[in-house]
Design a protein around this ligand. Structure first.
Ligand code: GH3
Ligand code: MG
Ligand code: MG
Length: 414
């Protein structure tokens, strides 16, 4: 295999391979996490880094698999499941290959890779901490904190998957800590199991009311603590997959209206804070009812998938988003894009749709679409953000209506 690193001395390559394990052993978990939340920007960065790292250690198959995925993620699109699976299988093979050829790397793998989940134990008693750590560290990475402040700081900084929280602590109690954890967006969804020596049903009720996922009594029993932690981790994975499904349009694989509304909220606030342009495009396929009537609904579905695909490929940057708003209507959200930039993207989408005949059964059919495009610098004032977003969207919708009235197949500017 001819790569640039064939010139590197073997000891350097060996060192790089062992570093590769440290850098890449949690990539699969992180990538799954990023894809499950449709965070293509993070997913792109992960695969891009993996590609570079794999190149350094001469793993050309891994480089090639990553290279196939990078542009798709960069365009803000979900890669096919089989592409991700192939990447995961190959990365797993490379990691195992490095681990078996080097005993030092093997122990790194054991420590860092097998332990996919991070558990945080917050307890003021060093002995309880030691016990919980001994019971959990065969299956999980265990982080520990002796007080509320340290625990919250660790939870905010690391990717903690579950927290075991003592109820009675000097300083901030378990209840207060739990309330704080539920307040920060980065920790609010982490399942928390409250632990206490008291048998008060009042405490249990209060903990559950404050959002604890479960309540276990001390002293800890190794099998029970492991089973409970495992159960809540599985439950969290399940909830995440349901959340992902609920944000994705089943037909086209792009974000749905709910995802659009969520993204709009986030981008609107960001644009307001930074006084930046926020661009938006609405697209409606022309005479789509006729397309369905002529070619049938299944071919109509193929057409919708093709339009989603063209839109995703037509937006320029990894952080532009495309959603199916409903029926045959799509929206693109373009952060930090001036009105001229938004119009340029809309013109590009318009042209690409007209120039890409849709392949159905044994024919190809040309379609057109009408689009409206505009941008706004949202101002911080008294009016509630949702009302202002709705006003902006309504204006764009009116522009789309004008595009239809003027004869369709065009871009109408706000
Ligand atoms: P206009 O140029 O004014 O936009 O006309 P149009 O026919 O595109 O618009 P209209 O709103 O009259 O019809 C939209 C059509 O979109 C009707 C509906 O059957 C079709 N449609 C909506 N959702 C789907 C879907 O998921 N699959 C298919 N195949 N068709 C859909
Ligand atoms: Mg319509
Ligand atoms: Mg239409």
């Amino acid at each position: 295999m001819e790569t640039q690193n064939d010139y590197n001395p073997p000891d350097l390559v060996a060192m790089l391979r062992s570093e590769f394990i440290k850098a890449q052993c949690s990539t699969i978990a992180k990538l799954q996490e990023a894809l499950s939340t449709l965070n293509y920007k993070v997913a792109h960065l992960l695969v891009h880094t993996l590609k570079g790292n794999a190149g350094l250690i001469n793993e050309s198959t891994l480089v090639k698999l990553a290279l196939d995925i990078v542009p798709i993620l960069k365009a803000g699109q979900m890669p096919e499941k089989s592409m991700i699976e192939s990447l995961e299988i190959e990365l797993d093979r490379v990691l195992k290959d490095i681990a078996t050829s080097s005993p030092a790397a093997q122990s790194e793998t054991d420590v860092q890779c097998k332990l996919k989940y991070n558990v945080l134990v917050i307890d003021d008693s060093p002995l309880e901490i030691m016990a919980a750590k001994a019971m959990l560290s065969k299956s999980y990475n265990v982080f520990t904190a002796l007080n509320s402040e340290d625990g919250i700081a660790i939870a905010r900084k690391n990717e903690i998957n579950i927290i075991l929280l003592d109820l009675n602590m000097p300083g901030k109690s378990g209840f207060e800590t739990l309330s704080d954890l539920k307040r920060f967006p980065e920790t609010s969804k982490i399942p928390v199991i409250m632990a206490t020596g008291s048998e008060s049903s009042y405490d249990e009720e209060r903990a559950l009311e404050l959002g604890a996922s479960d309540f276990i009594s001390k002293p800890f029993v190794a099998s029970i603590i492991n089973l409970r932690v495992n159960m809540h981790l599985q439950l969290r994975e399940y909830i995440k997959s349901v959340e992902k499904q609920s944000l994705m349009d089943g037909l086209t694989g792009i974000g749905n209206r709910r995802a659009f509304e969520q993204s709009m909220r986030i981008e609107w606030s960001r644009a307001t804070r930074k006084s930046e342009w926020l661009g938006m495009i609405i697209l409606d396929i022309d005479f789509f009812k006729k397309f369905n009537d002529t070619h049938g609904h299944l071919n109509g579905d193929i057409c919708l998938k093709a339009v989603a695909d063209i839109m995703v490929k037509s937006v320029a940057r990894g952080y532009d988003y495309v959603f199916r708003w409903g029926g045959e209507e799509f929206v693109a959200v373009l952060p930090d894009t001036s009105p001229e930039g938004v119009v340029a993207v809309a013109e590009r989408i318009h042209k690409n749709i007209a120039n890409t005949p849709i392949k159905i059964a044994n024919e190809t059919v040309s379609i057109t679409a009408s689009l409206s495009a505009g941008a706004i610098v949202p101002k911080p004032d008294q009016v509630d953000e949702k009302t202002k977003q709705d006003e902006f969207f309504t204006k764009l919708d009116e522009a789309l209506y004008r595009a239809k009235e003027k004869g369709r197949n065009r871009v109408e500017i706000l």
